[in-house]
Design a protein around this ligand. Structure first.
Ligand code: NAD
Length: 346
């Protein structure tokens, strides 16, 4: 199936202020495109399940390929009843059994939380290497557009802040986080080589920390951990002195950015994240306030090679895709807290 770039400009989004708030005026347009059939590896995971839903909403048929190693059936349970949605349970490092015409492959399979990839180090490396090879082969054979979910972790513990796409990173190749960071860096190299040598239509998106409904309360990432603890009235466990920063992008914004990059036809890499930087201590206090919790903060040991700063430069995404995040931290956290509250009542 060919991939003639028939771009349409559909969504109007408002530009964020520094700090992630919504600025009135200064509207930009986000590029989108109609897909017939998309394959989403890792589609039963947190980000993948939102991507599957957005693609179905846009009229595409979707095949989700997932081994449920870190994803959850509940994430896609509502999608199973929707026409055009298919679940294939498979480990993409071993096989990618899809044999129908496909015009988009979104390769999102990979453990993503430190707790998961530290528990599954070899699986993480195999998914990032063999799984990426298999997903690229599928895209090449189908003449489909291919999008690799890379990560801000390719920048490691960065020596420059914010990070733009020209920065090569500062990664410990044998540290505990290397199984994830290096798997993603290898995936980027493999994707680039495929485009160069086989002409595969590829794109690399570097996602920064994304949060929202369907994260697992015990997946170890800051937002779900803090929200779970705040709702249970337990102390919020902040690592180190809590002054390390992250930039948090609400999942709807991330999904819009990924689909805009897919539609554009750019090769990337392109940063997709929210440039509003927040300290972990600031995040803990914000979650306590928004949840109306009486929890306190407890300081615990900081993990090895934990990045001190993390903030995307999204000039490229703004200029080329017309994309930028528009959900404020307060609004996104409120929606996430509401979702966790409803989940605990189930
Ligand atoms: N959430 C973030 O903040 C973030 C940031 C940067 C990059 N990313 C990338 O986005 C993708 C999704 O992340 P997430 O947060 O949704 O994680 P997640 O763990 O919720 O989802 C990953 C999904 O991939 C599946 N999977 C893992 N290995 C597989 C394999 N070998 N075969 C088939 N399925 C497999 C899991 O079962 C799960 O459903 C990952 O590639 C991750 O590296 C996420």
């Amino acid at each position: 199936m060919g991939h003639v770039p028939s771009f349409t400009r559909l969504h109007q989004v408002a530009a964020p202020e520094a700090g992630g708030g919504v600025r009135l005026g200064g509207m930009s347009t986000v590029i989108s495109r109609k897909w017939e059939h998309a394959v989403v590896t890792g589609g039963a995971g947190f980000v993948g399940s939102h991507l599957c839903a957005a693609l179905l909403d846009a009229g595409a048929a979707v095949t989700c390929v997932d081994d449920l190693s870190t994803g959850r059936p509940e994430n896609i349970a509502p999608l199973l009843e929707r026409p055009g949605f298919t679940l294939v349970r498979a480990n993409v490092a071993q096989e990618l059994p899809v044999d129908r015409p496909t015009d988009l492959v979104l390769h999102f399979a990979s453990p993503a939380s430190p707790a998961d990839y530290l528990r599954l180090p070899l699986h993480t490396l195999e998914t990032g290497s063999l799984g990426t090879r298999n997903a690229l082969k599928l895209a090449q054979d189908a003449e489909a557009r291919f999008v690799l979910a890379s990560t801000s972790e390719v920048y490691g513990d960065p020596q420059q802040n914010p990070q733009d796409e020209r920065y090569w990173g500062h990664v410990n190749p044998v540290g505990p986080r290397s199984v994830y960071d290096e798997a993603k860096r290898f995936g980027e190299a493999l994707t680039t080589a495929h485009a160069e040598t086989r002409g595969t239509d590829t794109c690399i998106v570097r996602l920064f920390n994304t949060y929202g409904p369907r994260m697992r309360g015990h997946d170890g990432r800051a937002v779900p951990t803090f929200v779970r603890q705040a709702l249970a009235g337990e102390p919020l466990t902040v690592t180190g002195d809590g002054l390390q920063t992250r930039s948090l992008c609400y999942v709807d914004d991330t999904v819009a950015g990924v689909l805009a990059a897919a539609a554009h036809g750019m090769r990337g890499p392109v940063n997709i994240g929210n440039p509003g930087e927040i300290t972990m201590l600031g995040l803990a206090r914000l979650v306590i306030a928004l949840a109306g919790s009486r929890s306190e903060v407890r300081y615990i040991e900081r993990p090895v090679d934990d990045p001190a700063v993390r903030c995307p430069d999204i000039t490229l995404a703004r200029d080329k895709l017309g994309w930028e995040p528009h959900v404020t931290a307060e609004e996104g956290l409120r929606r996430t807290i509401d979702w966790f509250r409803a989940e605990t009542r189930r």
